[in-house]
Design a protein around this ligand. Structure first.
Ligand SMILES: Nc1ncnc2c1ncn2[C@@H]1O[C@H](COP(=O)(O)OP(=O)(O)OP(=O)(O)O)[C@@H](O)[C@H]1O
Ligand SMILES: [Mg+2]
Length: 264
């Protein structure tokens, strides 16, 4: 691996008595794509949010591009500028057209002048295949198009790394493909990406590594072939069987309930 672009060391995060992250160690190299999978509540979003300091870790360190972002003296705004984040909900400004959505943060946060911001907005809209929607308002776009605008908005800030938190989970199935295609292209262009997703086909095809989390720890970390294709831990197998075939998992559960009842 080249020098880690993202490095997480001994990361813990508690909300009150609830310890959500229980010691996470993770390195993501420059240009690497890491998909994070795991059951609901396992701490995937909290991990992403700790990487860009939307949450303050209780313990441990996070480095991005060699800078310790958990250093109390760090310039948080400078750190956040280097990290693009895309959420399940697109969070576009409804009262601004697409160009406005892309230029506002560039002008406010980076101090770019109107013309430069507009040029960079146009470049990034083209990158996500939405050049023709520059003047559209979010309400007139499909969910998939809105999510691609949100990706373009993040890219327009020139981030070194991109974090995605279930970017396709809120979309109708027929709109998922366009968003994944944009992410696939970004990966090919060499963007460092950390992607929380349930899209196993995407993870298999695009990820360099898959990280399986459960109960606030990393249970498995390896190539997609290994973690998805040949999981070493029962917890991973159980999660994957549920995901790939929910009906089967229910049968399994009933059988194991039954087995439980037979025990003394
Ligand atoms: N701001 C918060 N305050 C209190 N508890 C929180 C907060 N954010 C998350 N939690 C708790 O932390 C745990 C992990 O949440 P997190 O959102 O990281 O899980 P997740 O793996 O992303 O789940 P999902 O797949 O449902 O998105 C949950 O028990 C959640 O209730
Ligand atoms: Mg989540």
């Amino acid at each position: 691996m080249t020098r880690p672009e993202i490095e997480v060391r001994g990361l813990h995060k508690s909300f009150g008595d609830n310890e959500v992250l229980r010691g996470i160690d993770l390195e993501i190299g420059q240009g690497e794509v890491v998909c994070v999978i795991g059951p609901s509540g396992s701490g995937k979003s909290t991990l992403l949010r700790c990487v860009n300091l939307l949450e303050e870790p209780t313990e441990g360190q996070v480095f991005v591009g060699g800078t310790e972002v958990t250093d109390p003296d760090v310039d948080i705004d400078a750190v956040r500028r280097r990290i693009g984040m895309v959420f399940q909900q697109f969070n576009l400004f409804p009262h601004l057209d697409v160009t406005g959505n892309l230029t506002l943060p560039q002008r406010r946060v980076l101090g770019r002048d109107r013309a430069t911001a507009a040029r960079i907005a146009a470049e990034n809209l083209a990158r996500v295949g939405l050049a023709e929607k520059a003047d559209a308002y979010p309400a007139s776009l499909s969910g998939g198009q809105q999510q691609r605008v949100a990706i373009a908005r993040a890219l327009a800030m020139g981030p070194e790394v991109m974090l995605f938190d279930e970017p396709t989970s809120a979309l109708d199935p027929e709109l998922v493909g366009d968003v994944l295609a944009v992410m696939r292209r970004l990966a090919r262009e060499g963007m460092t990406m950390m992607v929380v997703t349930h899209e196993m086909t995407f993870a298999r095809e695009v990820a360099d590594r898959v990280v399986f989390m459960d109960g606030g720890v990393v249970v498995e970390d390896g190539s997609p072939e290994r973690v998805i294709g040949d999981p070493q831990h029962e917890r991973t197998r159980h999660f994957l069987s549920r995901l790939l075939d929910p009906a089967m998992a229910e049968v399994e559960e009933e059988t194991s309930d039954q087995a439980g009842k037979d025990e003394p």
